[in-house]
Write a protein that binds this ligand. Structure first.
Ligand SMILES: Cc1cc2nc3c(=O)[nH]c(=O)nc-3n(C[C@H](O)[C@H](O)[C@H](O)COP(=O)(O)O)c2cc1C
Length: 275
């Protein structure tokens, strides 16, 4: 009897709380709409860790958790040389890092490419049976997939490849010369086509949204920065040049790597070239 009364009270309190929070959220939303806040301001506010932001997440539907790894089952995998752990000090690399947009026509070696891919998303440890990577990731959920557009790499034909993190190998996606296409998609930034290799960082949002809701989008953008800095510093240590590129036609780059731009979308580009 006592339990029933308690349960009844709890249900009533919960219902009242839900009504109050819903009304508050609705009023806040109407107020925001009247104020004509920008989409960016609204995104930031609604994904803030305020009680209103958190309550909003409770009411929003979350997607199902998608698979952790993207695979190309028909691809003939290409093994990469094992990464090595030598080179300049991290202090030196940080000091020397600069955005470099002019590259020579010298090819990049496969060993150098392997090192760059490893720096971007290589596996460096295990926790509860889960592979941990070189760049940090919110909740160790790793939303990023790494594609590369190969232009001038020793013993690797031109084309689009996908990085398979678990076995540190490459999956050829499509062969061909994509220099003109990536330059055009990158708003005519010539270095995208002139580089030995251009990294394409694309994110599968539901990998973080299923846990963190819309705030997960923030985490995706933050993580892109971590991966980018790893590529930058690794390039410096290898004596190569690189620059991160955020200005591009989303539609064109998404089309190039064949993703829908909604569930998975390109976030960052990173050409790397010889000096
Ligand atoms: C989010 C972001 C987007 C960027 N997008 C571009 C870009 O589209 N094209 C470009 O040439 N550089 C781009 N950059 C590189 C900056 O221009 C560069 O970091 C800045 O000029 C400082 O120079 P430094 O990197 O040599 O220190 C971008 C940098 C960031 C952080």
């Amino acid at each position: 009897m006592d339990i029933l009364r308690k349960t009844g009270k709890f249900t009533l309190t919960t219902a009242l709380l839900i009504i109050l929070i819903s009304a508050d959220l609705l009023l806040a939303q109407q107020k925001e709409e009247r104020k004509e806040v920008s989409i960016g301001e609204r995104f930031h506010k609604e994904t803030s860790s305020t009680w209103r932001g958190v309550a909003g997440e409770v009411f929003r539907a979350k997607p199902k958790q998608p698979p952790q790894y993207k695979v190309y089952p028909d691809a003939n995998k290409i093994e990469l040389p094992k990464p090595e752990y030598k080179g300049m000090t991290v202090e030196e690399a940080i000091k020397k890092r600069r955005s470099i947009r002019n590259y020579s026509t010298k090819p990049i070696s496969k060993a150098q490419l392997s090192q760059l891919l490893f720096a971007a998303q290589g596996v460096t440890g295990k926790m509860h049976g889960k592979a941990l990577r070189t760049a940090p990731s919110a909740g160790a959920l790793y939303p990023f997939e790494i594609y590369i557009i190969v232009n001038n790499i020793e013993d690797l034909p031109r084309g689009l490849y996908h990085y398979s993190v678990l076995d540190h190998s490459l999956e050829p996606v499509k062969s061909g010369d994509f220099r003109r296409q990536i330059t055009d998609a990158g708003l005519n930034q010539e270095m995208l086509g002139n580089a030995g290799v251009t990294f394409v960082l694309s994110a599968i949002f539901d990998r973080v949204r299923y846990k963190y809701g819309e705030r997960g989008y923030r985490y995706v953008y933050m993580e892109a920065g971590h991966i980018s800095q790893n590529i930058y510093l690794q390039a410096v240590s290898l004596g190569l040049g690189s620059v991160c590129v955020g200005a591009f036609s989303d539609e064109k780059v998404n089309k190039l790597i064949d993703v829908d731009g909604v569930k998975e979308a390109v976030i960052y580009l990173h050409p790397v070239g010889a000096l």
